[in-house]
Design a protein around this ligand. Structure first.
Ligand code: SF4
Length: 284
C-alpha cells in the first residue's frame, strides 16, 4: 500500500515517520497536517491530512474524510489563501490552523511580522493575547490547535505615513467579510471573541470599549447565533487595559470567557483525552 508523502518535499524525520503511517487511498490529493503525536495518525482510516510545513513540530489536527465541516474548512482555506481582492494590501492572506471549533477568535488584520511568519498573532500583540488566555487555562499551542483564528482582514494593510499599521479601509473590510461569513457557517461557533474595536464592530455597534468589554452579548451572523465576548486589542499601542475601567473590565471579560461552556469544552479536552487514552490502554 502506498503511503502519504509531503507534497512540499519535507525530509524532516518527524514528518517522514508520521507520514509513513498514513495510507493513501486512490489518487486523491492529500492534504496532510502532521502531528508528532502519532497515535492520531495511526487511528486514521481515511488519509485526509494536512501538512503544515512551517510548523510541523507544532500541534496537530488530523481529520477523517467523513468529517464534513473539517473538509469544508480545508477547502475554504485553500480558496482564501489565493484571494487577491484588495490591491492595496501588502501581503498574501495570513491564515490560522484549520480547526473546526466552537470558539472563534476574530482579530483585526495581521501586522508585518504576522505576514512574514504566516500566522496570526505571531508577534508582540500575540504574546500578550496568549498571556491573557494562559490565565484562563490554555496555552498558545493548545489555543492554536483548538480555536479557529479568523480576522476582519486577512492581509497586512501596510504602514501609515505617520507610523503604525494602516487600518483597513471599509471596501477592504467588505471584501473580506465573506470569508468570515463562511467560517462562521462552517464552525457554527457558540462563542465568538472579537479582539479590538474594528473586530467588535463587525458584530455590534461600539463607540467606546468601556461599554462592551466585560459583558457577554448575543451575536448573529450568517444565520448562526452565538455569544460574543469582546476583548481590547492586546497591542502595546493600546493603553485601555492598563487604566480604569479597562483594568477591571479586562479580567471580567476573561472570567466570562473562562466560564463559558464552549471554552470549558476546549480547555477540558486534555483531561478527557488523558482519561480516554487510559481507558483504551486498560481494555487492551
Ligand atoms: S484582505 Fe481579505 S479580501 Fe482582501 S485580499 Fe486579503 S484575503 Fe482577500
Amino acid at each position: 500500500m502506498p503511503f502519504a508523502k509531503c507534497a512540499m518535499g519535507c525530509t524532516s524525520p518527524l514528518v517522514r515517520t508520521a507520514l509513513s503511517t498514513v495510507p493513501v487511498h486512490g489518487s486523491t490529493i492529500l492534504r496532510v497536517y502532521v502531528t508528532h503525536d502519532r497515535r492520531f495518525v495511526r487511528e486514521l482510516q481515511v488519509a485526509i491530512v494536512w501538512l503544515d510545513i512551517r510548523y510541523h513540530s507544532a500541534h496537530v489536527q488530523v481529520v477523517s474524510a467523513m468529517q464534513r465541516p473539517q473538509t469544508t474548512l480545508l477547502e475554504h482555506q485553500d480558496l482564501l489563501s489565493h484571494c487577491r481582492r484588495c490591491p492595496r494590501m501588502q501581503s498574501v492572506p495570513v491564515i490560522g490552523n484549520p480547526v473546526v471549533s466552537g470558539v472563534l477568535l476574530v482579530g483585526q488584520a495581521p501586522g508585518p511580522r504576522e505576514a512574514a511568519l504566516g500566522r496570526p498573532f505571531a508577534w508582540t500583540a500575540g504574546k500578550m493575547l496568549f498571556k491573557w488566555f494562559g490565565e484562563i487555562g490554555i496555552d498558545e499551542e493548545a489555543f492554536r490547535g483548538r480555536v479557529y483564528m479568523a480576522a476582519v482582514c486577512r492581509c497586512f494593510p501596510g504602514k501609515r505615513p505617520a507610523g503604525g499599521d494602516r487600518v483597513p479601509d471599509p471596501d477592504e473590510v467588505a471584501n473580506c467579510s465573506s470569508w468570515l461569513d463562511a467560517e462562521i457557517a462552517i464552525n457554527k461557533p457558540k462563542l465568538v471573541i472579537p479582539v479590538g474595536k474594528l473586530a467588535i464592530q463587525q458584530f455590534m455597534p461600539v463607540d467606546k470599549l468601556d461599554a462592551v468589554v466585560g459583558q457577554l452579548h448575543k451575536g448573529k451572523r450568517n444565520g448562526v447565533t452565538f455569544d460574543l465576548a469582546p476583548l481590547p486589542h492586546p497591542s502595546g499601542a493600546s493603553t485601555w487595559q492598563h487604566v480604569q475601567p479597562g483594568k477591571t473590565l479586562l479580567p471580567r471579560a476573561l472570567n466570562l470567557i473562562a466560564s463559558h461552556p464552549a471554552w470549558k469544552a476546549i480547555t477540558t479536552k486534555d483531561t478527557k483525552d488523558t482519561k480516554e487514552s487510559r481507558t483504551k490502554n486498560e481494555t487492551r
